[in-house]
Design a protein around this ligand. Structure first.
Ligand code: ZN
Length: 297
């Protein structure tokens, strides 16, 4: 069913990544800039991520011996350095997710550059290194961001939905590996309930909500594909949900031929494969359009 499967290392049947976007309380501060700092309930809901869920998640990863990728806004990196240090100590990756979770499409090019580079400074200041990967807040990547990623020599992007498996984003002579997302692997639809930012979703039970992701995995595994979850510590890192995730991970690692790795490792592999002669890895050329498509009469 996948026409151009990628050969994974050591004959693995599926490349897998549990990715977490550690938005913490950046969401309330960016959406309610004048009084977000006084709204204690959403602040506490966000803080649960780095303060309670991250230690729990890291413990599971350590127990199972897997290294994974976390995306964090620059402000969150500065605000929660202890959580960031423990992620780094565990050998995991921390990637770029804006500065205060600002939507790139809400800003002009100069403003976008300012916040994009300010986030890189947070990585350098707190973590001592530049990020290799990027996921746009609310997936809203635009051509200006792609140019910034290329200018700063990023390896991969992870906000687009153009395929089931990784592919190449080419703009001019520059290439990025796209690690594609989609809403079926995102925990916002089943688990987020956040009236302050306009989400009034019915919250699924842990097993119902998570079952969507396991079905996504089964299809990717059957087709030698790529399964990646896009989760948030304050949602899927809550006790009952993580309890089930941990059981699923234990059983999947024991019974399946899977390759769990950081997105950098998987993207590096895809990049290498894409440089081989006669490879089948798809190339998407950007920008998709040069001007607005809707015509005026
Ligand atoms: Zn986010």
């Amino acid at each position: 069913m996948i026409k151009n499967p990628i050969q994974w290392p050591n004959g693995a049947k599926c490349a897998c990544a549990i990715t977490f976007d550690i938005d913490a309380d950046s969401l309330i501060h960016i959406s309610k800039p004048t009084d977000g700092h006084n709204r204690l309930y959403p602040i506490s809901m966000g803080k649960y991520g780095p303060e309670v869920a991250i230690p729990r998640i890291l413990e599971t990863f350590k127990k199972l011996g897997i290294k994974q990728t976390f995306f964090a806004p620059g402000w969150v990196i500065e605000q929660y350095p202890q959580a960031m240090e423990s992620i780094m100590e565990g050998g995991h990756e921390i990637a770029h997710h804006g500065y205060l979770h600002e939507d790139p499409t809400g800003h002009g090019p100069d403003e976008q550059r300012y916040w994009f580079e300010r986030a890189i400074e947070s990585h350098q200041k707190v973590l001592g290194q530049k990020p290799k990967g990027y996921r746009a807040p609310v997936y809203n990547v635009n051509p200006t961001v792609i140019d910034l990623l290329n200018e700063h020599d990023f390896l991969y992007e992870s906000s687009l939905m153009g395929d089931d498996i990784p592919y190449i984003l080419q703009s001019g002579q520059k290439k990025l590996v796209e690690m594609p997302v989609h809403w079926g692997n995102d925990d916002w639809p089943p688990f987020a309930h956040y009236p302050e930012i306009g989400y009034m979703m019915p919250v699924s039970s842990p097993s119902q909500g998570l079952d969507t992701f396991w079905q996504e995995f089964e299809a990717q595994y059957a087709n030698n594909g790529f399964w990646m979850s896009i989760w948030h510590p304050f949602l899927t890192g809550r006790l009952a949900r993580w309890h089930q995730v941990e059981k699923w991970l234990e059983s999947t690692l024991e019974n399946n031929n899977v390759w769990f790795a950081t997105l950098s490792e998987i993207a590096q592999h895809v990049k290498k494969e894409s440089e081989k002669e006669n490879n089948l890895i798809r190339v998407d050329h950007l920008p998709y359009y040069q001007r607005p498509v809707k015509l005026n009469r």
